[in-house]
Design a protein around this ligand. Structure first.
Ligand SMILES: [Zn+2]
Length: 258
C-alpha cells in the first residue's frame, strides 16, 4: 500500500483501546505500529450488502480509524439472513445509517462516514481522494468497474469480494492487473444473489476474508492476494488461488502502468 512520504504522527491510544486491541497488539505482524496504521487508515466500504456487512464489522472491531460506507439502498427483511450488521428493527432504514449506528456501538473509537448515494464514476473518483483503500462487495459490475477505475487513477488498493449460491471469491488489486483485466466488460447475464440465492454464512466467509486482506494491506502483514484470485467453494469445502493476468489492452491500467 502506498505510504505517505512524511512520517505519520504517532497515534495515542487510551487504556481502553490498548485493552480492546490486546490480541492484535501481541501479534508480531501487527503490534503497536500496525495498530497505529489501522487507526490512521481510511477505508471505503462500497456496498453494505452480504460482503460489506461482515467486512465493516471486522474492520471496525479491528480499530480502522475511519470507515466510509456508501450504499443507496434500504434494509429489507430478506437482507437479515446474511447482512449481520442490521437488526430486526432496521428494515426500511437506510443501510448506511443503520450500519453506522451498529459500527459505532461496536467500537466508538471508529469514525464512520455515511454516503447514502449510488456510486458513480465521478463520485468514486472524488471519494478515492479521501480514502486509502476501497473494499468493494457490490453485485453490480458497473459499480465495480467504476470503483476499480477510481482506485487505479488514485493509486489506491482495491479489495474485491463476490459471492453467489455456495461459492465466492476474494482478490486484491494494486495498479496492474486491475479488476477490469479480470472482468473486461459487464457480463450480459450477470447473476445477483436475489436471483440465484446465497447462504448467509458464505457471506461471512468472504466478507471476513476481504476484511483480512484490508488489514494485511494496512499493516503490511503477510502477502496480500494482490493480482491473485482466491476461489472458495463452500459446498466442497475447498479453495484455490489463481493468478490474474494483466490484459495488455486494458483501458484502465495498461496505459497508467505502461
Ligand atoms: Zn486492468
Amino acid at each position: 500500500m502506498t505510504q505517505p512520504s512524511a512520517p505519520a504522527a504517532p497515534v495515542r491510544f487510551s487504556d481502553g483501546e490498548v485493552e480492546r486491541y490486546a490480541r492484535q497488539l501481541v501479534l508480531s505482524e501487527i503490534g503497536g505500529p500496525g495498530q497505529q496504521a489501522l487507526k490512521r487508515a481510511r477505508v471505503l466500504i462500497v456496498g453494505m450488502g452480504g460482503v460489506g456487512n461482515p467486512a465493516a464489522l471486522y474492520l471496525a472491531a479491528a480499530g480502522v480509524g475511519t470507515l466510509g460506507l456508501i450504499d443507496d439502498d434500504t434494509v429489507a427483511l430478506s437482507n437479515l439472513q446474511r447482512q449481520i450488521a442490521f437488526t430486526a428493527d432496521d428494515p426500511d432504514r437506510a443501510k448506511v445509517e443503520a450500519g453506522a449506528e451498529r459500527l459505532n456501538a461496536l467500537n466508538p473509537h471508529v469514525t464512520v462516514q455515511s454516503f447514502n448515494q449510488r456510486i458513480t464514476p465521478d463520485s468514486a473518483a472524488a471519494l478515492m481522494q479521501d480514502f486509502d483503500l476501497a473494499l468493494d462487495g457490490t453485485d453490480d459490475f458497473e459499480t465495480r468497474l467504476a470503483v476499480n477505475a477510481a482506485c487505479v487513477a488514485a493509486g489506491k488498493p482495491l479489495v474485491s469480494g463476490a459471492l453467489g449460491r455456495w461459492s465466492g471469491q476474494v482478490s486484491v488489486f494494486e495498479g496492474r492487473p486491475c479488476y477490469q483485466c479480470l472482468v473486461p466488460e459487464v457480463p450480459p447475464d450477470a447473476e445477483t444473489c436475489a436471483r440465484v440465492g446465497v447462504v448467509g454464512a458464505l457471506a461471512g466467509v468472504i466478507g471476513a476474508m476481504a476484511a483480512l486482506e484490508a488489514i494485511k494491506l494496512i499493516t503490511g502483514a503477510g502477502e496480500p492476494l494482490t493480482g491473485r484470485l482466491m476461489l472458495y467453494d463452500g459446498l466442497a469445502g475447498t479453495s484455490r488461488v489463481a493468478k490474474i493476468a494483466a490484459d495488455p489492452a486494458c483501458p484502465v491500467c495498461a496505459s497508467a502502468h505502461a
